[in-house]
Each structure stands twice: as C-alpha cells, then as structure tokens.
Design a protein around this ligand. Structure first.
Ligand code: SAH
Length: 209
C-alpha cells in the first residue's frame, strides 16, 4: 500500500470504497460491509486521538477488511483480522493483495471471536447487530472489553442505551460518539432498488483509569 504521508479523511474514504465486498452476504451472520465514508470518519477520529498509528489492533468480525485495512492505511503497526466465514476471508485476502499490503503487517484468524484471547492497543469492529442471532452484539462487546482498553465499535442507534449500559458495567466510558446513516447497498436487498438506510452509531470506548 502506498503510505502517503499526507493521507486525508477523503483519500482514506476513497481507498476503502475500492475494496471488494461480500458477493452473497449471509443473512445469519449479518454480513453488512461498513460504508466507506462512515468507516473513514470514525477511523479518522480514532487516529486523531492517537489510537491507531504504531498500534497493535484487532479487527473482530473483519468481513472483507474495511476497518482493519483502514487502520493499516493510517499506519497501524499490526492488525489481527478475525472472521468466522471462509468466503469473507477469501475476499479479505484479495483486498490485502490488491492493495499490496505487506504480510508482515497482519495475521488472519479464521475463528469465532469467542475463541480469541490476547492483548491489543485497540479493537475495531462493526459486529452483527444481534438482529438475527440475539446477543451477538453483547458477545462481541464483552470480548472486545477483555482484549483491549480501547474499542471502536458500531451498533444500531436504537440500541444506544443498552450499549452504553454494558459499557459502564464493564468499567469503560464513551470518549467519542457519532450518529451515521448507514446505506445497506447490494446486501440482502436485491429485490428492492432503493438503497435502504439504517441509523447506526459509532463509539470509541475507553477503560476507566
Ligand atoms: N467488519 C466488516 C464486516 C461487518 S459484518 C466491515 O466493517 O465491513 C459482520 C461480520 O462478522 C461478518 O463478516 C460475519 O461473517 C462476522 N461474524 C459474525 N459472527 C461472527 C463470530 N461469531 N465470529 C467471527 N466473525 C463473525
């Protein structure tokens, strides 16, 4: 990947918009790629807080890699991608290769997030919202809190109260919060022409010191 010294939020968004996304998204795994503008905006906020450059980061439910690849573009030291679905991993590998990302800067784990252990500077994730499999959002969040003191995560805006309650219960606090309109393009909506939008909120959560 060309590591332009003057990367901007706009150029990050353009780079992420060129990534391949799920060909046949699996509804039960809630495979919605993060919109490139939304990903760039939230990653840019984390970068400005000092959570990305030079850091060891894990991308939980990495899908086709938008968040982790964004971190690499923002000079992260190392990314661990974790994804349960082999088909998504195939596309993730193509995305990494097409952007000439050095194999030294990442690992890929084909795994359920539940099985992951370790210690990271930051977790990034756009997990299943828990609409198809109840409780998946909580599983991801609790795992994230156990892996790092900093978590960048996306959830449905209408679950905000619940997300902030678990955050507090786990002794974390909200340091960034922004509401987004999340376009669900070409995903499970093939019979509808219109792009459906859902209200999603991005958070950066930090462990209380
Ligand atoms: N993070 C990606 C994809 C978001 S969709 C992006 O931002 O574009 C959520 C992803 O979580 C899907 O790729 C799905 O396959 C994966 N996933 C769902 N349940 C999982 C689990 N238990 N363990 C690991 N990955 C899981």
């Amino acid at each position: 990947m060309t590591k332009t010294l003057n990367i901007s939020k706009k150029s990050l968004s353009i780079l992420l918009s060129k990534l391949r996304v799920f060909k046949s998204p699996k509804a039960n795994l809630e495979q919605y790629p993060t919109d490139s503008n939304v990903a760039a905006d939230a990653l840019w906020a984390a970068f400005n807080i000092g959570l990305i450059k030079g850091k060891k980061i894990i991308d939980l439910g990495a899908g086709t890699g938008c968040l982790g690849i964004g971190c690499i573009a923002l000079y992260a030291k190392k990314i661990d991608f974790v994804e349960i679905d082999e088909n998504a991993i195939e596309l993730l590998k193509i995305n990494l290769d097409e952007h000439q990302i050095s194999q030294k800067s990442y690992n890929i784990f084909v795994s359920d997030v539940k099985a992951i252990e370790g210690s990271y500077d930051l977790v990034v994730m756009n997990p299943p919202f828990g609409t198809k499999q109840k409780g998946t959002d909580t599983t991801f969040l609790e795992k994230a809190f156990s892996l790092s003191n900093h978590v960048l995560t996306f959830h449905k805006t209408n679950t905000s109260k619940y997300i902030e309650k678990i955050t507090e219960k786990n002794d974390f606090k909200v340091i960034f919060r922004k509401d987004y309109k999340f376009p669900l393009k070409n995903t499970m909506q093939t019979h509808k022409r219109k792009i459906q939008r859902i209200n999603v909120t991005g958070w950066i959560l930090t462990k209380n010191s």
